[in-house]
Design a protein around this ligand. Structure first.
Ligand code: NAI
Ligand code: MG
Length: 367
């Protein structure tokens, strides 16, 4: 059966990078026989302009039906003064919330041709390939009670609550163990069980899932502060890292910067399996709508193209085609093809967004 894909280019450079992704999708159809049912719709400011809301109900319903959603980016200066309830990012938040995407996958991968880009020594990051799994729908960003109150002594108190249930921890742990089985079979779970009750429960429940369901996977535990240190000191010791929403937010940004530009970083957000066995899924580059370079042909489409590769691997069981795309990206980088964001101060002439697309399609055709 065809693979159904909803494409939401969004705002700013979103549509520009998505155009290059669509060329890759067409290539997969023509040359590899992968037939997608592609539909396109609006999200963010683009949806607000059309419907007065950053995500129309029909778009939300469509997102619930398809095998995967691929999103570009949302937001931009034109929408900065909108009411909070209709801001572009609310469109993205609605998708995440209603699809219940609790598992956020952020790979940190080093392309050797870019290893000079890292602030770390080449031998520390060369060949790096790790995956951070961040719990995305619970924890301190959502826990109740929350708010700012008077403290009865003339001051105020800001309150947030870190709260995790057994089920919330187990389901994200399962998603990390599943991933590990497809990779190097190692999971490191990070929390602060030394000082947090939720950390104690986190450690117990991850261990429970391990013993009862994934004893074949190697599991270790680490305090998250030590984890941050180890990520910078010796990141290659890790394969899959699983952690909560707050620590995951910080650790995934930290890991991402081990390897270079925002324009290179894909992500996936997964939920529970649907009737066809595939997880609910949203794929998107980590970067935003980059208003400073919008409309200038400068955007790097690689993050979005690698997000498509993640969709092929995790939603469509096409790991081989995913690897083909990743190899093509590796090859063009090794050949010295660079968008502006991948150039050092002394770099040569950058290629345009479509120039990068051309190079990747050429590399795919040679593969
Ligand atoms: P940003 O990621 O859009 O840009 C940060 C810097 O990185 C800019 O200098 C930009 O030119 C550069 N950059 C980002 N992606 C690039 C690419 N593919 N190729 C080359 N250069 C790239 O983050 P910023 O500036 O904080 O936010 C801009 C807008 O995007 C805001 O409205 C923000 O709310 C929104 N945003 C949306 C996100 C999303 O849709 N998931 C995530 C982050 C921000
Ligand atoms: Mg963050």
């Amino acid at each position: 059966s065809n693979l159904s894909l909803l494409i939401l280019p969004g705002d700013g450079i979103g549509p520009e990078v998505m155009t290059q992704v669509e060329r890759v999708i067409d290539w997969l159809g023509d040359q590899r026989g992968l037939k997608f049912d592609v539909s396109r719709d609006l999200v963010g400011g683009a949806a607000y302009d059309e419907h007065g809301v950053p995500l129309a109900d029909e778009t939300m319903a469509k997102a619930q039906e398809v095998d995967a959603v691929l999103l570009g980016a949302v937001g931009g200066p034109a929408y900065d003064n909108l009411d909070f309830s209709v801001k572009p990012e609310r469109g993205l938040l609605r998708l995440r919330k209603e699809m219940d995407l609790f598992s956020n996958l952020r790979p940190a991968q080093c392309f050797d041709a870019l290893s000079d880009f890292s602030s770390l020594k080449k031998e520390v990051i060369s060949g790096l390939d790790i995956m951070i799994v961040r719990e995305l729908t619970s924890g301190v960003y959502f826990g109740e009670p929350r708010g700012i109150q008077d403290d009865n002594e003339g001051g105020r108190v800001g309150v947030n609550t870190q709260r995790y249930t057994t089920n919330e921890i187990r389901r994200v742990a399962r998603s990390a163990f599943e991933l590990a089985r497809r990779r190097s079979n190692k999971v490191c779970s990070m929390e602060k069980a030394n000082v947090m009750e939720s950390g104690i429960l986190w450690r117990e429940e991850v261990s429970w899932v391990h013993e009862n369901e994934y004893p074949d996977v190697e599991l270790s535990h680490m305090y998250a502060d030590n984890g941050a240190m180890q990520l910078v000191r010796a990141p290659k010791q890790f394969d899959v890292i699983v952690t909560d929403n707050l620590f995951g937010d910080i650790l995934s940004d930290c890991a991402a910067m081990l390897t270079g530009s925002l324009g290179m970083l894909p992500s996936a957000s997964l939920g529970a399996p649907m009737e066809n066995g595939r997880p609910k899924a949203l794929y998107e580059p980590v970067h935003g709508s980059a208003p400073d370079i919008t409309g200038q042909g400068k955007a790097n489409p690689i993050a979005c193209i690698l997000s498509l590769a993640m969709a092929l691997r995790y939603s469509f069981d096409q790991g081989e085609e995913a690897a083909r795309i990743e190899k093509a990206v590796e090859k063009v980088l090794a050949d010295g093809v660079r968008t502006g964001d991948l150039m050092g101060p002394d770099g040569g002439t950058p290629v345009s967004t479509s120039g990068m697309g051309d190079a990747i399609l050429d590399a795919l055709s040679e593969s």
